[in-house]
Structures are given as C-alpha cells and as structure tokens.
Unconditional design. Structure first.
Length: 446
C-alpha cells in the first residue's frame, strides 16, 4: 500500500486570555474515569500519516515565544522549583542543545499539544525525559523522546522488531504519550499527579496515595511522599517553563526558531537502503536517520512502514526518482542454506555482498556458521554505502540516565560509562562532598 505524501505546519497559536491564570487550569477534554483502580486505557495510536493539519496565525512567529506565551503553571513549592532550575542552568550547553533538537521534534510536540488544547507544559515532558534526543535510552531500557519502556509500549500497542521501533518514531511516540497523559489525568483528575503517574507508573502512584490516605496524610502531588525522581519531575517542568518565559533573567538567550516544522512523509514504494534515498535526495544519511530514528537498520523494514520523513526541500529534490528505481537497485533477499565447507567470505563473494552486512542482518557476532542452517542474504540497495550505515551505532554509547545502585560512587560511575568526573558533576549539579543515594538518578549526557 502506498502512502500519501503529507506535510504539516507545526503550530497553532491559540488566543491568549488577558486575565490571571489559575494554578494548573482544569482540563475538561474528556470524561473522568469513574473506576480509579483501573489501569488507564489508551486509544490505538493514530497512524502517523493521518495527522491534523495545523495552521499558524501571524503572531507569535517564534517557537520559544509561543511556548512562553502559553506557560501558566505555578509552583506552591518555590524551593523545589528553584533547585530544579539551578540544575538546568548548570548545564552550559542547555540552550544550544535544545535549540538544535527543537527542529523538528519540539515543533511537532507543541503542535500536537495545542491541537488537543492541552497545557503547553506537557510539551516540555520530552525535554525532561530525553533532552529531545531521539536516540535517548535509559538503563531501564526506556527509549525515544518520551522514554517509553518496552513493557509500557507493548501494553499500549507500540510495535518493535529488529528493523523498526515505534517508540523511536517521534510521531507515534508523541501520539501515544499525549493519549496516555490524558488518560492518566482522567484517572487522577490532576495534572501533577498524572505526570507523577507517567514517571513512576499509575499503579505505584495509587498505592502511595492509598497509603497516605490511610495515614490521614495529604494526597496531593506537592505533599505526597514520592520517589526522588518523581518528586522532582513536575518542578523540572515548571522550571523549564520559567527559563523559557524569562530567559534574560537567567542569562539565557534562545535563538529564533520557526514554529513550522516543514517535513514531508515520502513513500518509499517498498524496502530500500537509507543511503540510496539520502543520495537521491541530496542530503546526508545521518540527517535522514535523525528524522527517522525508528528505522533501526541500514534499510527500511521489509514489511513497512513504507515512508520516510524528510524536509520539503529534500522531498522536492527526490521527486519521482524512487518510482524509477529498478529491482536490483532496491533491497532484495535470498534465503541461502549453508553447505558443508561454506564460509561467510565465500557466501559474500557468491552473492556480491559483504561479510559484515551478512553478520548484521543475521545477528552474527563471529564467523562460525553451521551447515544446514539458513542465512538471509541482502542484495541490491548499494551494499557498500549500506555497510557504512550498518557499522554506525544506532544508539548512544551510554544510556541517557543511570539509577544509582548500592555501593556506587561518582568515580565508579564515571569510569563505567567512560565519562570525566567533572562532566558527571556538572551535568547533575552535584556536591562532590555529599554521598550518592541509592535510587538517585544521574544524567549521563548533557
């Protein structure tokens, strides 16, 4: 099935109210779930090509200004928010990193948040979760902009395979995350608690609320006894809003960033090597992969999805070139039964491909093969460039975050993840004379 070509305008400037903003404005977009013990049920993720087209009004015309104009949440615990703010300010590359990654990821998230008439603060969740790094993954195996774990993703219908991972698709992951947050809000009837449930898990949060209620203690987010990471979660979101709303007060300057993310979904017409698409579109393979992080390998998945995101300019240059490709210019597969006396080298020569590519597609770490077993042999698709893509690591060399274990020290963590002690201290605003606490979460990337 071919996919229609789609582009979006990633912005919707809603009318701003003149009066004062209530703390955490109520959300009435859906009915409250009466069964608060039930696990929230998320709607099936919207197919990525069936998106709302959102148009921009003339003002504001900058992404950061748009976010700043919508920020309204205030903290009843200024000290916690100030501490979170200082952690961000201690990151010297905060503005350059966010500005570089905002296009197109934050542009798209903001568009979707506004299209659903949700609080703009929810658009800052992937900043807290991953610093907008589409490759981010944690020691708990959470992945993508929204840091979705395998179990949560599977429970709510996000698919994973050797070729493709829905959690890394910024469109599907954003649709899932916003659906999930809306359902959590329906369950807990409160945005801070919904965010706490997103971070800690809804069932765990229910147990903590029940425990506090039984002890006659408050059950609101700001007074509830929570895990440290969850306790700091909402203050971080509010702190980010403050930095974006009043950058000059904190010595920051966000560069002008367009609201519009001018991307197009281009039909591939079947499986194809990413390097070939990039070459035909006149762009770097790394840039194509950055916009299509869900594609985990050197080629698109054999069973789809059969589309790739790229800029409108690249799509225009690509034109109808994909439709004119011959069969041998696309990826084809042979199933080869290993014969006695075969080696990977002899098989690669027989099919005019490379040993490393055979290893890649068959999950082989060495050269040992057994007669009678079957190998998948990729052909076509320009294997020389594909080999370069296959050799590149799809994920960071270290997780984005690490949960401190008993017996850990700053030195041991820095050594284990090949970091300098100074970087670890700076990224987490740590006091080197204070002891690490088991369960404490450390950021391992800027």
């Amino acid at each position: 099935m071919s996919h229609p070509r789609v582009s979006w305008l990633a912005a919707l400037c809603l009318a701003l109210s003149v009066g004062g903003c209530a703390q955490f404005p109520p959300y009435n977009g859906i009915e409250t779930n009466a069964d608060t013990d039930a696990l929230p049920v998320v709607r099936q993720a919207t197919p990525p090509l069936e998106m709302i087209i959102v148009t921009a009004t003339p003002l504001p015309n900058d992404l950061w200004t748009l976010i700043a104009s919508e920020v309204s949440w205030e903290s009843p615990d200024p000290d916690r928010t100030a501490s979170a703010r200082e952690i961000f300010l201690a990151q010297s590359q905060l503005v350059p990193v966010l500005s570089d990654r905002a296009e197109p990821f934050l542009q798209y998230v903001v568009a979707q948040v506004q299209a659903r008439k949700l609080p703009i603060e929810l658009a800052l969740v992937p900043v807290v979760e991953s610093m907008l790094d589409p490759w981010a993954h944690s020691s708990a195996r959470a992945s993508g902009l929204w840091q979705v774990t395998p179990d949560t993703g599977e429970h709510y219908g996000l698919q994973r395979s050797w070729w493709y991972d829905d959690r890394l698709d910024f469109v599907k992951a954003t649709d899932f995350a916003l659906n999930y947050l809306v359902e959590l809000h329906a369950t807990f009837n409160d945005w801070p608690l919904a965010l706490a449930a997103y971070n800690a898990g809804p069932n765990r949060l229910k147990r903590l609320i029940a425990k506090s209620k039984k002890a006659g203690q408050p059950t609101d987010y700001w007074q509830l006894t929570l895990p440290r990471e969850t306790r700091d979660y909402v203050p971080k979101i509010i702190a980010l809003g403050q930095l974006i709303q009043h950058p000059a007060e904190f010595g920051l300057a966000f560069p002008n960033t367009p609201i519009i993310a001018n991307l197009t979904a281009v039909s591939t017409g079947g499986q194809i090597a990413l390097s070939r698409v990039a070459r035909l579109a006149g762009i770097e393979t790394n840039e194509l992969r950055r916009l299509n992080t869900a594609h985990l390998r050197w080629a698109t998945a054999p069973d789809g999805p059969d589309f790739l995101w790229m800029t409108a300019a690249a799509a225009a240059k690509l034109g109808g070139k994909l439709a004119t490709l011959t069969a041998d210019q696309r990826v084809q597969w042979q199933h080869y039964e290993i014969q006695s006396g075969d080696s990977l080298i002899s098989i690669a020569r027989q099919f005019d491909t490379q040993v490393q590519l055979i290893r890649e597609v068959n999950g082989l770490s060495g050269s040992l093969i057994r007669a009678g077993k079957t190998l998948m042999i990729p052909q076509g698709g320009d294997w020389r460039d594909s080999l370069h893509v296959a050799s590149q690591n799809n994920t960071p060399s270290r997780p984005s975050r690490y949960r401190v274990q008993t017996g850990d020290s700053l030195w041991s963590i820095a050594q284990h993840f090949d970091l300098t002690l100074g970087s670890l201290v700076r990224w987490n605003s740590l006091n080197t004379s204070a002891y690490l606490q088991p369960g404490q979460t450390l950021r391992l990337q800027p």
